[in-house]
Ligand binder design. Structure first.
Ligand code: GLU
Length: 390
């Protein structure tokens, strides 16, 4: 067994004994879930997928669909048009609360039901099937395989979904939903009923973690800006009325669903997913949440953990017949550019006057615009002794 799978297995066995909570009771098809099921998946930068536990178990995506439908809305309409219909503030209330802004009727955020229904209504479509087709296609691109809908969960959800219908009618009364209420809410029920495994969810989370590029298929699914916007909203609003404490304890943008799944995003590092049907009082999976907390701590992936690498780019100095060659590697951010400047000054002072100093930034994996500006200005001031290759 490879060391990463072994580490995940250890954490899986640590959380297995946790027996509190109960599966969601308000959707009959979810209430009968096998509470013994337990599975986790992690996907890293090279698209390697690690899964442990009941990795073949399928379950419905439920609220974990919300970030991906938001991504589709942002990609189609742009940030401002989406924000005109749905906010970006944590509601501090349960997932099915009314949470509408006084006077405007704008839902607090796209991660609670009211906001998610408003977001779904923004997706174009001639009818329910057309709109759902676009949504499922987007989720499939995130997962890297064709996903489909569990018709019995959909039927169960639709037949008991009066509260969501009421929310949709309220949204219509405020002009947030403009088309058919029925189409909006049924499309929402269908998006919640898409079947997934932890592997699918981990790949979907990883696609957000790697700036909108699916690391398994190598395809760009959404723009980097859209991936960042979605992840930001997950960070502040993804875990229902536990979002603040989640950020403290786990420190990863995340989204849970009432089926017992949780996805978490460690930007540039991992997509993580967990599944276990028993939920706590907030509607978050007890064992999947505990798993994420342990993994975040043990793997050191809390978002607010300090990272040296951005401030310390890889630098190597090679002597060539022309003069010193300064090769930059990895990521060069603003703080890192500052370090490169002081190194450049030292090299310029020490190098013989006739030599040409070359700064090679062409191999950088990532170069931030502010860093390149700082570097260019400095190189221009040292010209003609220093030249920059970007
Ligand atoms: N389909 C569920 C509902 O709207 C999703 C809720 C959830 O996963 O939080 O009731």
């Amino acid at each position: 067994m490879d060391p990463i799978t072994a580490m995940l297995e250890t954490v899986l066995e640590e959380v297995r004994p946790l027996g509190s909570g109960a599966p969601a009771a308000y959707i009959p098809e979810l209430a009968s879930a096998d509470v013994g099921l337990l599975a986790f998946g992690v996907v890293g930068p090279r698209g390697r997928v690690f899964t442990v536990g009941d990795e073949d178990a399928t379950f419905t995506i439920q609220s974990m669909s919300k970030p991906f439908v938001l991504a589709l809305a942002l990609e189609n309409l742009g940030r401002e048009e989406v924000l005109a219909r749905v906010g970006a503030e944590p509601s501090g209330e349960p997932f099915n609360a009314i949470s509408l802004e006084a006077h405007t009727g704008r839902p607090a955020n796209p991660m609670v039901n009211a906001g998610a229904i408003a977001t779904t209504a923004l997706i174009p479509g001639a009818d329910i099937d057309d709109r759902t087709g676009r949504i499922v296609a987007m989720m499939s691109a995130f997962a890297g395989r064709s996903l489909w809908i569990d018709e019995s969960v959909y039927a169960s959800e639709s037949s008991t979904g009066e509260r969501n219908r009421a929310l949709a009618h309220l949204l219509k009364s405020y002009g947030i939903v403009t088309g058919s209420v029925d189409d909006a809410v049924e499309s929402y029920f269908r998006q919640c009923s898409v079947l997934v495994t932890v592997r699918d969810l981990a790949v979907m989370a990883a696609t957000l973690a790697f700036g909108g590029v699916n690391p398994v298929t190598g395809s760009r699914v959404v723009s980097e800006r859209v991936a960042r916007d979605v992840t930001s909203i997950m960070a502040s609003c993804g875990m229902y009325d536990f979002s603040g404490e989640w950020l403290l304890r786990v420190g990863l943008p995340a989204k849970s669903g009432v089926s017992g799944g949780v996805i978490a995003v460690a930007p540039s590092q991992f997509g993580v997913a967990g599944f276990s049907p028993r939920l706590d009082v907030h509607g978050n999976s007890v064992r999947a949440s505990a798993f994420m907390e342990i993994v975040s701590d043990r793997f050191g992936i809390h978002l607010l953990e300090p990272h040296e690498s951005v401030a310390a780019p890889g630098v190597s100095v090679i002597e060539t017949p022309e003069g010193p060659l300064v090769r930059l590697g990895g990521e060069l951010g603003f703080a890192g550019a500052e370090r490169v400047l002081s190194l450049l000054r030292e090299i310029t002072a020490a190098a013989p006057h006739a030599s040409l100093i070359t700064v090679d930034a062409s191999e950088l994996a990532r170069l931030h615009p502010a860093a390149v500006m700082v570097l260019r200005t400095e190189v221009e001031s040292l010209s003609p002794r220093v030249r920059l290759l970007v």
